[in-house]
Design a binder for this molecule. Structure first.
Ligand SMILES: [Mg+2]
Length: 321
């Protein structure tokens, strides 16, 4: 099974993502932040999210994590349908939800993988695009089911990441981004290094060339210099990778991600899933971890970092790949 350091990094992939989500929640839809502006956990000005409360990014990752903790397999249509069912239940009373995801979830007639994929395709065909960042933001837990050694596990992870993405996001860029990020999270949990370029190289050659150029873009600029379109999955991945490559600690990576501006909670969540897998949950300050909370908790039941941690521990102890 995992070493203590690997387990710390597996927990980091989920808890640091939730922390990045909560950190970014109160800075959303603003221009990039000047380096002199402090970035701290705080309540949003609109009163929607409390201090240290995560948003849809983490809430949509939780059903994936719960499925894995139950021993569900992401190549099993029944497990995928259960995840979709949880999302639909959450989406009846979300505090915030992406427009593309809302359209897809409201278009699902029967809670099956096939109906979700059909709804995702219909939304894509109506809009002419469907590469929002809403599947990348929730991909953190997917790698947890594929941490055993071997080329087969990486290939199975790539297939699962794309399949989970396609439940709501039809466009190839969204699936590619989830494959790249999930493979990098797996590598980081196992070795401490993200190996993002190697993840890109698993794509077909024409797609890999496109993504290598995007990684070049990310590495050449700060997140705040890439900020125009980080609600697009490509812009979000670039901003997150830029934050990771331009920082030397987990907290710096998350703050740099939030400084990107615009879709700050999602860029924070995406950054946190990989940066947490690199640095480990133990690199998060206690004052960021202890107050973390969000759905599926409510006024009667707190759901926070301990609950996320326990689900990760269960997910990595169930062999599913
Ligand atoms: Mg959000």
């Amino acid at each position: 099974m995992l070493t203590p350091h690997q387990l710390d990094r597996a927990i980091g992939a989920v808890v640091a993502s939730a922390a990045g989500d909560a950190l970014g929640a109160s800075y959303e839809f603003q221009p990039p932040l000047d380096p002199s502006v402090p970035v701290e956990l705080r309540a949003g000005d609109d009163g929607l999210f409390e201090r240290a409360e995560w948003t849809d990014d983490t809430s949509m990752a939780v059903p994936i994590l719960q499925a894995l903790a139950r021993g569900g397999r992401l190549d099993d249509p029944a497990a995928l349908a259960a995840i979709v069912g949880e999302w639909i239940g959450w989406a009846r009373v979300p505090k915030g939800i992406g427009t593309q995801t809302r359209a897809v979830l409201s278009g699902i007639r029967h809670v099956t993988e096939g109906d979700a994929r059909a709804a995702a395709r219909a939304v894509h065909e109506q809009a002419g695009k469907s590469a929002g960042n809403g599947s990348l933001m929730r991909t953190g837990p997917v790698a947890l089911a594929y941490l055993i050694d071997g080329v087969g596990a990486a290939a199975a992870l790539a297939a699962a990441a794309r399949r989970v993405s396609e439940l709501t996001h039809f466009e190839t860029d969204a699936g590619d981004a989830c494959v790249i990020w999930s493979l990098a999270i797996r590598a980081a949990i196992l070795t401490g290094h993200a190996e993002l370029r190697a993840a890109v190289d698993t794509l077909p050659a024409d797609r890999a060339a496109i993504w290598h150029a995007r990684v070049d873009t990310a590495e050449a600029a700060l997140p705040s210099q890439l900020a125009d379109n980080n609600a697009w999955v490509v812009g979000a991945l670039e901003a997150a990778w830029s934050a990771i490559t331009h920082s030397e600690t987990l907290t710096d990576a998350l703050r740099l991600a939030v400084r990107a501006g615009n879709d700050t909670d999602t860029v924070g969540a995406i950054t946190g899933s990989l940066a947490g897998a690199i640095y480990g949950a133990s690199a998060l300050p206690a004052e960021w971890v202890e107050p973390l909370h969000g759905w599926p908790g409510d006024e009667f039941r707190v759901f926070g970092a301990p609950e996320l941690t326990e689900l990760v521990q269960r997910a990595v102890s169930v062999p599913t790949a």
